[in-house]
Design a protein around this ligand. Structure first.
Ligand code: GCW
Length: 842
C-alpha cells in the first residue's frame, strides 16, 4: 500500500470505524460480516488502481476499498504493481485509462458525466468511471453491496439523472447554523474557517458515497466577510479536504458585497466597477479553489440586497455572477425564493404563492447558460404538503434545479421522525402537462423535458457538530435518500430505506421491517397531526417553525394564510373567484385545481376557501377530517415507540436508547400538536367533534384543579397549547411548588403521563409520587441534552411535552403529588396529569 503513500490515512479511517456507534460513520460503518475461508476465496484479494495520483478520487477509491474489505471481512487487499491484473483483483480506473492502458476489449456501455461501470464475478471486480469521480462512486457502490451482504455477480452501468447534485449548508460565519438542528457549524467559528477539518472530511466522504458532487458551505443569508483574504485561504483548505472525494465546494454570496466589503459606493450589477470587483473576487477565489463549483445567490428576498435596489432585473443580477464564473467553468445557482413579505391579507387576491412565477416567468431566456434557477419544491416554503411550484412549468429556456430540505424546518426539526422521500416524490413525479405533453418535474429539472444541458438538485442539509450529523441517527435516512434520488429519482422510497437500514443498523430483517414501517408511516402521521388538506404546517411561523400555533399563519404580511374564521377556511386560489394562482399552471393542471370536485382532498384548502362543513371526497366534513386526522396521526406516533421497543437487543444500546428517547418525545409532542390544533379550531368554529374527543379528556387531571402550594395558575399563550388554556408555575424562581390530588379512577395499572413545559434557560426538577412513594422524577433539560435544539423560552407549543411512567398500580383514593423545583427562568411548569389505561391515548 506504500505505493500510494496513504498508510497514515488508512489507519485514520480504521480507527474511526472502530469507534462507538455515535453516528459519525453514518451509513459508511462497514460493519463486520462473518466470512470463512471459502467465502474469503470468493472475494478479491488484490487491488489495482490506474493513475491513482495523490489526492485523486481514484486514490480515495483505493483507500475506501482497502479499509472497507478489511473492516467488513478482515480481508487485506494487496495492491498490485501490474497495471491491468484481472484475476482475484479489483481494478479501479477511468474508462479512458482502462481502454488506453489495458488494451481492453470489454464492451462498456456509454457513460455520462460521473457515471460508472461495475462488474463483479466474485473475486474479479472492475470499477470504471467516466471520470475519476465516477470511479469513486463505483467503488462506493461495490462496497455498499458487500456491506449489505450482497455477493451477487453483477455487470451494469449507472448514470446520474442530472449533472447538478448539490447540498446547501446554511452555516453562518459565527458558527451558528440557520435552521440547523445538529449543533454548530463544522466549517466556521468566530468569523473564520475552523482549524480542524476532520468532520468536513468525513462529511465529504458521506456525500461522495451518495454521489453528491457539490457543497455550498455557507448560508444563503450570506456574510460578505467570507470573501476576506483569510477566509479565502480557509475555503482553499476546505476544498483541499473535499477534493479527494470528488466534492466541489461553492459559496453563497451577498449581493451588496462590493459596497459593504469592497468599499465601492454602489453594488449596481450593471456598473463597470461592480462587474470588475466581482470578476476580481472570482479570480481570487479560483486561485484558492481552482475547482470551485460556483455560487449560490439569494437576492431581493427576505431583506437580502439585490438588483432591485437599482431597478435591475433578477436576471441582470444573476448574470453578473454567471459571467464572472464563465471563464472558470463555474455554475451560478440563483434562488427563485423571491416574494413580498408585507402582503395585505385584506386583499383577497394577494397571494405569496404566485410570487416566483410573477418574478421569473418574464425573464425566461434571459439567464446565462451557466445560470440555474433554484426553485423550492412548493410555492411557499417547505410545508408538510404543497402543490408543486408552478415555476417549473414556466421556464423553458432557463436551467432549473429543485430545492429540497433535508433539515426538517417545519417538519419536526429532527426531533420528530419524518421520512421525506414520499413527500419529495409527490413533487418529482408530478406531471405538469406542459403543452399537453408528459412533463414530470423530475424530467424538467434534469433538463430532458425542455432540452437543457444543465439542471438538477439542491438540498438544504445543515449537518452540524453533533456526532449524528443531523442531531438524530434516524434522520440520516433523509440525507442518504436525497443522494439516491438525485442520482435516480425513480428509486423506490422503501427500497432506499432498506439499503440505508442495512448499512446503518445491520441486516436483521426485524430491524429492517420495523424501521421501514415506522419511517413510511411517519410523513403521513406528521401531516395528520400538524396540518391537513393543504392548509400547511400549522406551526409558529413567526418564531421557531416548530410547535403548533395556527393563529400565527394569519394577520401578518408573510402570506402563509389559512383565512380561517368561524364559518370558513382555506385560500381561494382559483382564477374564477380567488387569487388566480391556479392560472399559473398549464391548462390541464389549472383546470384540475380550479374546481372543488377535481381538487384532491389533500390540497383542498390550498386551492379553495370552503365552509368548515364542506364535504370532502372522503365524505367527511373539513372540520371532522381535521379532528379525525389529528387523532389518527398522534395515535400512529404512539405506535412508533412500541415498534422501536421490539428492537431492544437487536440494535446497539447507544443508538437504541437515543432513538427511543426521540420517539417517546415525538409521541408526547404529537399529542400536544393534536390537542392544540383541534382545540384551536373547535374554539373558532364551535363545531363539536362527532366522536366527542376534542375538549373531552376523561383520564386527565388539570394541574390547575389540584391543591397547590407554592404553585400558581398561569394563562398560557397561545391558549390551545395548554389543556384548558391554563398551566401552573412556581410562585417564584426559588419556590418549590407542590400540587396534590386524590385519584378517583378505578383501581388498575396505568401509564401515568405528565404534560409539562421544558423551556430553554432552566433545568427544573419534578418528582411524581403516589401516597408519598416516588413514581418517577425528571429534569427539564431535554432541549439542551436529549433534543438537538433549544426552541423556546416560553410556555407554548414548542416547549410543551409529556413524560410517561409506565405500568403504575393505582388504587382509588390514592394521593398523587407533583413537586416541582424551578431552575433559572424555568418555573417547573405543569399542564396536566393523565392516567392511561392500556390502549387509551388521551
Ligand atoms: O424558510 C425560510 C427560512 C429562513 C431561510 C429562508 C430561505 C435561509 O425560515 O431561515 O433563510 O427560508 O430559504 O432563504
Amino acid at each position: 500500500m506504500g505505493q500510494f503513500g496513504f498508510t497514515g490515512l488508512v489507519c485514520g479511517l480504521l480507527l474511526s470505524l472502530a469507534a462507538a456507534e455515535d453516528g459519525f460513520a453514518g451509513w459508511l460503518r462497514y460493519a463486520p460480516i462473518p466470512c470463512d475461508t471459502s467465502c474469503l476465496q470468493r472475494l478479491p484479494s488484490k487491488l489495482t488502481l490506474l493513475n491513482a495520483t495523490t489526492g485523486s478520487p481514484i486514490e480515495t477509491a483505493g483507500l475506501e476499498l482497502i479499509s472497507g474489505l478489511q473492516s467488513i471481512f478482515s480481508q487485506n487487499l494487496t495492491t498490485t504493481q501490474s497495471r491491468c491484473d484481472e484475476s482475484s483483483s479489483i481494478l479501479v480506473a477511468t474508462v479512458e485509462d482502462f481502454r488506453h492502458e489495458c488494451n481492453a476489449t470489454t464492451a462498456i456501455p456509454e457513460l455520462v458525466q460521473d457515471g460508472f461501470w461495475l462488474r463483479s464475478t466474485g473475486s474479479s471486480v472492475q470499477i470504471l468511471g467516466q471520470s475519476a469521480r465516477g470511479a469513486l462512486y463505483g467503488a462506493y457502490e461495490y462496497l455498499s453491496l458487500l456491506a449489505q451482504g450482497n455477493f451477487s455477480h453483477v455487470a451494469y452501468s449507472s448514470n446520474p439523472h442530472a449533472p447538478i447534485r448539490w447540498v446547501n449548508q446554511w452555516d453562518n460565519m459565527d458558527g451558528v447554523i440557520e435552521r440547523g438542528y445538529g449543533g454548530l457549524s463544522i466549517f466556521f467559528k468566530n468569523g473564520r474557517v475552523v482549524d480542524d477539518l476532520a468532520p468536513v472530511k468525513q462529511y465529504a466522504r458521506l456525500l461522495a458515497s451518495i454521489r453528491i458532487n457539490g457543497l455550498i458551505v455557507n448560508n444563503v443569508n450570506a456574510n460578505a466577510t467570507l470573501l476576506s483574504a483569510e477566509n479565502m485561504r480557509g475555503l482553499g483548505r476546505i476544498a483541499d479536504v473535499c477534493r479527494p472525494y470528488g466534492v466541489r465546494i461553492g459559496v453563497s454570496l451577498n449581493f451588496a458585497s462590493p459596497e459593504t466589503l469592497g468599499g465601492l459606493d454602489t453594488f449596481d450589477p450593471l456598473d463597470a466597477t461592480v462587474v470588475n470587483w466581482w470578476n476580481n473576487i472570482t479570480n481570487s477565489l479560483y486561485e484558492h479553489v481552482p475547482d470551485l463549483a460556483g455560487y449560490l445567490v439569494k437576492a431581493d428576498s427576505e431583506g437580502q440586497p439585490g438588483p432591485s435596489t437599482y431597478n435591475r432585473t433578477l436576471s441582470q443580477g444573476a448574470n453578473l455572477f454567471a459571467r464572472a464564473l464563465q471563464p472558470h467553468g463555474g455554475i451560478l445557482m440563483f434562488r427563485a425564493f423571491v416574494y413580498d413579505s408585507n402582503l395585505n391579507e385584506s386583499d383577497w387576491k394577494a397571494d405569496r404563492a404566485k410570487a416566483a412565477v410573477q418574478y421569473f416567468k418574464n425573464l425566461d431566456g434571459e439567464f446565462e447558460e451557466n445560470a440555474v434557477v433554484q426553485i423550492k419544491y412548493g410555492p411557499i416554503d417547505f410545508q408538510v404538503r404543497e402543490p408543486v411550484s408552478p415555476l417549473f412549468a414556466n421556464l423553458f429556456e432557463t436551467n432549473t434545479a429543485i430545492e429540497l430540505e433535508v433539515s426538517q424546518e417545519y417538519l419536526g426539526q429532527q426531533n420528530h421522525l419524518v421520512y421525506l422521500p414520499p413527500l419529495w416524490k409527490t413533487i418529482l413525479n408530478f406531471d405538469l402537462r406542459v403543452d399537453h405533453k408528459p412533463s414530470l418535474v423530475r424530467d424538467i429539472i434534469s433538463g430532458e423535458r425542455f432540452n437543457r444541458t444543465l439542471g438538477g438538485w439542491a438540498a438544504v442539509v445543515n449537518v452540524g457538530t453533533n456526532t449524528t450529523w443531523l442531531g438524530s441517527h434516524i434522520a440520516m435516512s433523509n440525507l442518504y435518500a436525497y443522494g439516491r434520488l438525485a442520482w435516480c429519482p425513480t428509486d423506490d422510497s422503501e427500497r432506499i430505506l432498506h439499503d440505508w437500514t442495512r448499512l446503518t443498523f445491520g441486516t436483521n430483517s426485524q430491524v429492517i421491517n420495523t424501521i421501514t414501517n415506522i419511517s413510511m408511516a411517519s410523513w403521513p402521521a406528521y401531516e395528520q397531526y400538524s396540518g391537513n388538506l393543504g392548509i400547511q404546517t400549522l406551526t409558529d411561523i413567526l418564531y421557531t417553525h416548530y410547535g403548533p400555533n395556527p393563529a400565527s399563519q394569519d394577520n401578518n404580511g408573510w402570506g402563509q394564510w389559512t383565512r380561517a374564521d368561524h364559518e370558513t377556511v382555506g385560500m381561494d386560489r382559483t382564477v374564477g373567484n380567488g387569487t388566480g394562482y391556479t392560472g399559473q399552471y398549464p391548462t390541464e393542471i389549472a383546470q384540475r385545481f380550479e374546481y372543488l370536485n377535481s381538487t384532491p382532498d389533500d390540497l383542498v384548502l390550498w386551492f379553495h376557501h370552503v365552509p368548515w362543513t364542506h364535504r370532502l371526497h372522503s365524505g367527511k366534513t373539513v372540520i371532522q377530517h381535521f379532528y379525525d386526522a389529528h387523532y389518527a396521526g398522534a395515535e400512529t406516533a404512539q405506535t412508533f415507540v412500541s415498534q422501536w421497543e421490539s428492537l431492544r437487543g437487536l440494535v446497539d444500546k447507544e443508538r437504541y436508547d437515543a432513538v427511543l428517547d426521540r420517539l417517546v418525545y415525538q409521541a408526547g409532542h404529537s399529542i400536544v400538536w393534536r390537542d392544540a390544533v383541534n382545540n384551536f379550531y373547535f374554539n373558532m368554529t364551535g363545531i363539536p367533534d362527532q366522536k366527542r374527543r376534542v375538549g373531552q379528556h376523561p383520564w386527565r387531571i388539570e394541574a390547575e384543579s389540584m391543591e397547590l402550594d407554592g404553585y400558581r395558575l398561569y394563562t398560557v399563550s397561545p391558549f390551545e397549547t395548554a389543556s384548558n388554556g391554563t398551566a401552573i408555575v412556581t410562585s417564584s424562581n426559588s419556590t418549590t411548588g407542590t400540587a396534590r390530588t386524590t385519584l378517583h379512577f378505578p383501581a388498575s395499572t396505568y401509564d401515568i403521563g405528565v404534560n409539562y413545559y421544558d423551556m430553554y434557560g432552566g433545568e427544573s426538577h419534578w418528582t411524581l409520587s403516589l401516597n408519598d412513594q416516588v413514581v418517577g422524577e425528571w429534569i427539564g433539560n431535554m432541549r439542551n441534552h436529549t433534543l438537538g435544539n433549544s426552541v423556546s423560552i416560553y410556555l407554548d407549543g414548542h416547549s410543551a411535552t409529556r413524560v410517561i411512567f409506565r405500568g403504575v398500580k393505582v388504587q382509588k383514593g390514592d394521593e398523587l403529588k407533583i413537586v416541582g423545583r424551578p431552575d433559572g427562568v424555568e418555573p417547573a411548569p405543569v399542564d396536566y396529569v393523565v392516567l392511561l389505561p392500556s390502549g387509551v391515548v388521551d
